[in-house]
Design a protein around this ligand. Structure first.
Ligand SMILES: C[S@@+](CC[C@H](N)C(=O)[O-])C[C@H]1O[C@@H](n2cnc3c(N)ncnc32)[C@H](O)[C@@H]1O
Length: 347
């Protein structure tokens, strides 16, 4: 055995363990409002932060020290600060850089480790509903910030002619709409259009309906994408991180194809990945396979589904889309990034 390789891997393992505990510390800080307080006040000594937040001094000392050691906070002469560049990632839900959703999703997935361990032996999985409200909150906080900022400003304008059609008034379906942010954002911007949100999670839809009750052009329906009405057809269908979660993704794609008007378009956002494992061997890939096992793949397998997984990747998406009857499948490069790839599909 190569001793230096053991030592290098020990260091790597320490990083894994430290990263996991950092997510835990950040989640505790997030739930206690500490990240937002630090963003608003810049920082302070333990005493000043305890005074401002009302948190216990001893816990706070450990928490702030851990976050400083991890590089989340800066520390000098007893003063802890949250740099504004870090604040947009951990504290500012209005920023498209906000990553706070992971602070709900990862713990909600970790809670199911015993059940997933058993499923790994026996098959099956953990149903979407069994991940409970923390996962719904995480999914909501995961995509909503970028949808609020970028959907109408950058994503929809990237599709030629779409904004004009939305302004004139068309029929839109967001499938797997979750807590409905995309539906509400499109409906608020394009009052002449009718926006339908479809989802199978009543708990998510209840939040969506409450948040959108002031909008007259939104309609939330508790139905799967497989039940999408085909008549009258939709001019635009969108999905954000949904297809890989489905029990039967080919059937879902076929139904979207059938439900589109002849000149309709389908904008699909999926995690950025290759279908070739060798191209996913990096931290983004590790995160995708991890969250897939802790949630995406597992909740599909729980229902006897295909369990595509979050890292199913571009090549498989194209093959499946063409098999579902779409005539064209194009990545929309200008709006894709390290986390998500957008695809434009036409009937
Ligand atoms: C990862 S979440 C994404 C939610 C939302 N699009 C967003 O951007 O936050 C996937 C969503 O797909 C929904 N879903 C799963 N299977 C579905 C199906 N067959 N039809 C419609 N929605 C489904 C889940 O309930 C969940 O809300």
């Amino acid at each position: 055995m190569d001793r230096s390789k053991i030592e290098a891997f020990l260091e790597t393992f320490v990083r894994f363990a430290a990263d996991a505990t950092t997510i835990a510390l950040l989640a505790i800080a997030d739930r206690n409002g500490l990240n937002v307080w630090m963003a608003e006040h810049g920082g302070g000594t333990v005493e000043q932060i305890a005074e401002g937040t009302g948190l216990d001094r001893r816990y706070l000392t450990e928490l702030l020290s851990g976050l400083a050691a991890a590089g989340v906070l800066e520390h000098s002469d007893g003063v802890f600060t949250l740099p504004p560049e870090h604040a947009v990632v951990v504290a500012d839900e209005t920023s498209p850089y906000f990553m706070g959703g992971w602070l709900d999703m990862l713990p909600a997935g970790m809670v199911q480790i015993d059940a997933i361990t058993e499923a790994t032996r026996k098959g099956g999985g953990v149903a979407f509903k069994d991940f409970g409200p923390p996962m719904i909150r995480g999914l909501d906080r995961g995509n909503a910030p970028s949808q609020r900022v970028l959907l109408t400003r950058r994503w929809l304008p990237a599709v030629e002619g779409l904004v004009d059609r939305l302004t004139t008034g068309i029929r839109i379906a967001d499938v797997g709409c979750g807590t409905g942010t995309a539906v509400a954002v499109i409906a608020a911007e394009f009052g002449a259009s009718d926006v339908y949100g479809y989802d199978t999670s009543e708990d998510s839809l209840a939040i969506a309906r409450e948040r959108s009750s002031h909008l007259g052009n939104v309609h939330f329906v508790n139905a799967g994408v497989e039940e999408l009405p085909v008549e009258p057809p939709f001019d635009l269908v969108t999905s954000f991180d949904v297809i890989h979660d489905l029990v039967d993704p080919p059937a879902g794609l076929r139904r979207i194809r059938e439900a589109l008007s002849d000149d309709g378009v389908y904008l699909m956002m999926e995690p950025a990945a290759s279908s070739n494992l060798d191209e996913n061997l990096h931290p983004h890939g590790a995160l995708l396979y991890g969250v897939s096992l802790l949630h995406c793949m597992t909740q599909s397998l729980a229902e006897g589904g295909l369990g595509l997984g979050a890292a199913w990747g571009r090549q498989r998406a194209e093959t499946m889309a063409l098999e579902a009857g779409f005539s064209s499948f194009e990545p929309v490069e200008p709006i894709s990034n390290a986390f998500a790839t957008f695809y434009l599909l036409k009937p």
